[in-house]
Design a protein around this ligand. Sequence first.
Ligand SMILES: *[C@@H]1O[C@H](CO)[C@@H](O)[C@H](O)[C@H]1NC(C)=O
Ligand SMILES: *[C@@H]1O[C@H](CO)[C@@H](O)[C@H](O)[C@H]1NC(C)=O
Ligand SMILES: *[C@@H]1O[C@H](CO)[C@@H](O)[C@H](O)[C@H]1NC(C)=O
Ligand SMILES: *[C@@H]1O[C@H](CO)[C@@H](O)[C@H](O)[C@H]1NC(C)=O
Length: 224
Amino acid sequence: MRFTKFVTITFFVSDCAFAFNTPKEIFYDIVAIFQNASTIDHYQFMNHLQTVNNSIDCNFACKDTISQISQTNDKIVLYVSSQSKVNKFRSNVLSKFVQTYIKHQLESDNEINRSLTNILKALEAQLSTLNLAATKKVSELLMFMKSQLTDLGIIDKENISALDAAADEKYLVEGMLVFVKGIFFFLICSVLTSVLCMGLVGSLLAIQLILWIVVLIRYLLIDT
Ligand SMILES: *[C@@H]1O[C@H](CO)[C@@H](O)[C@H](O)[C@H]1NC(C)=O
Ligand SMILES: *[C@@H]1O[C@H](CO)[C@@H](O)[C@H](O)[C@H]1NC(C)=O
Ligand SMILES: *[C@@H]1O[C@H](CO)[C@@H](O)[C@H](O)[C@H]1NC(C)=O
Ligand SMILES: *[C@@H]1O[C@H](CO)[C@@H](O)[C@H](O)[C@H]1NC(C)=O
């Protein structure tokens, strides 16, 4: 599918220097946004962006980015609406996290340019994540996530080398799920019922959330 191609290409051209923060710092900064947010919820960011678009300060570049954001958001809505009920549910929860990130961007002291660029990247990363989640098996997603997390230095290679040695895929899957749940357990549980948060649904959500963050970090690293 077309989005998969997008992810692959982007990952090869990235890795240029990020002047201010390491990927690990960016990762935990993003996690902190959710830990600080009073709720993880829908945010009508297009309404907010309409106001920005109409403001006198919004120059050509600003209007252009808003237009790209709008188009990418339309693609996401269309993509999710074509999904099966189960996938749609998961995608909608991921959307709440992305919208919370976007709200944080719009309320931050960043220059509006910077916020708009980050919002566009967040939505592009969401589209890529939805596509990965729909086309890959859970074990493939976990392997991909593991390689991204170690490549970006978010988790230490040594700490999971025990998992590498294990030829047993089930062991690796369980090890990664412990990592995933360790970071996002309470966040996920705050948006789901407690029954769902404990089980597979919660784990798959957490995997998508971490995938979204690592894809976003890749996009943020490309240019700043
Ligand atoms: C989280 O909240 C603390 C305390 O209110 C604040 O110092 C910090 O900057 C916040 N972090 C983010 C990412 O908003
Ligand atoms: C904002 O966009 C304008 C026009 O493209 C550009 O000249 C300016 O450097 C940008 N500012 C930031 C902080 O990215
Ligand atoms: C932003 O404003 C311009 C007119 O200045 C309009 O053509 C464009 O459609 C608006 N973009 C969005 C996303 O509403
Ligand atoms: C790696 O393992 C060491 C020793 O158990 C621990 O102190 C460190 O925090 C771990 N690092 C990460 C990134 O998990």
